[in-house]
Design a protein around this ligand. Structure first.
Ligand code: NAP
Ligand code: GCO
Length: 265
């Protein structure tokens, strides 16, 4: 097998919400594999910080301010990227939020905001990039799903509904656009140490680990939280020609959580 199949040379990759966290790690890995990196964030300040952080790794990233829930802004962003950088070959729908509120205490506004960012936005951005992918002869779309694409837990009803929907949106894009040599797959990270999960890992006043931290360690055969870098290889694989016959698949990168009933008492 020619290992160049795992390279991304000559490809333009848009990773949404990638100033830091999982998106930043995925974009950095794709750059190492040869891709030209484009990313967006809501705030110019964070875009600037992201560009500097990529530069510290020797990566010249193209950063843009864009709220992925704003359809007009997304369409303008894609047109600007195509004019300034090139047609998007790889899209990673990474931007996401979570609100941890018991469902009966959650407002419909809060519920809709999570659905808007975590499900509606991947639809909006994918719809904006697919026509050019078709004209170019193909492309790759990677949706960042979750354990909550498969499992529920207390306080994350909106997030689980969104990520469950994102799993099915992934399968539907794969079904509808596979004929144009577009592969759409998902990555389902386990529990990853990023700002999004920082509240779940806070050291307690008595110096002990957060109860949820201990819970996740007991539910993870790897007995550790994931690092954003654990997602790099899977993302490069799904962005590369090595996965051209993989379509509609959710690749869980979870240290074994979904396979495991949990540590015995
Ligand atoms: P994070 O640290 O909270 O980063 C999320 C990123 O998305 C931030 O850069 C954020 O920008 C951006 N973003 C949020 N709303 C946006 C919007 N409307 N428009 C543009 N950008 C927006 O999260 P993460 O842990 O890296 O997670 C990244 C993705 O992985 C999310 O989809 C998350 O659901 C998913 N995931 C995370 C884990 C985990 O354990 N961490 C596990 C499974 C899946 P701002 O800072 O400006 O808000
Ligand atoms: C939570 C966590 C999880 C992770 C991730 C797991 O509150 O349960 O934030 O949802 O973010 O999605 O795969």
């Amino acid at each position: 097998m020619n290992m160049d199949a795992f390279r991304l040379d000559g490809k333009v990759a848009l990773v949404t919400g990638a100033s830091y966290g999982i998106g930043f790690a995925i974009a950095s890995a794709m750059a190492e594999a040869g891709a030209t990196i484009v990313f967006n964030d809501i705030k110019q300040e964070l875009v600037d910080k992201g560009v500097a952080a990529y530069a510290e790794q020797g990566i010249t990233a193209h950063g843009y301010v864009c709220d992925v829930t704003d359809e007009d802004a997304v369409n303008e962003l894609v047109a600007k990227i195509e004019a300034e950088v090139g047609v998007i070959d790889i899209l990673v729908n990474n931007a996401g939020i979570i609100k941890r509120i018991p469902m009966v205490e959650m407002s419909a506004k809060d519920f809709r905001q999570v659905i808007d960012v975590d499900l509606n936005a991947p639809f909006i951005v994918s719809r904006a990039v697919i026509p050019s992918m078709i004209r170019k002869g193909g492309g790759k779309i990677i949706n960042i799903c979750s354990m909550m694409s498969e499992l529920g837990r207390e306080t994350v009803s909106a997030y689980a509904a969104a990520k469950g929907g994102l799993k099915m949106l992934t399968k539907n894009i794969a079904s509808e656009y596979g004929q144009y040599n577009i592969q759409c797959n998902g990555i389902g990270p386990g529990y990853i140490a990023t700002p999004q999960t920082a509240p779940l890992r806070e050291i307690q006043p008595d110096g002990s680990r957060h109860p949820f931290d201990q819970f996740i360690l007991a539910k993870t055969p790897a007995n550790r939280w994931g690092e954003a870098s654990d997602l790099s290889g899977p993302a490069v694989f799904l962005a590369s020609a090595a996965s051209d016959f993989v379509n509609g698949h959710i690749l869980y990168v979870d240290g074994g959580i979904l396979a495991y009933i949990g540590k015995q008492p």
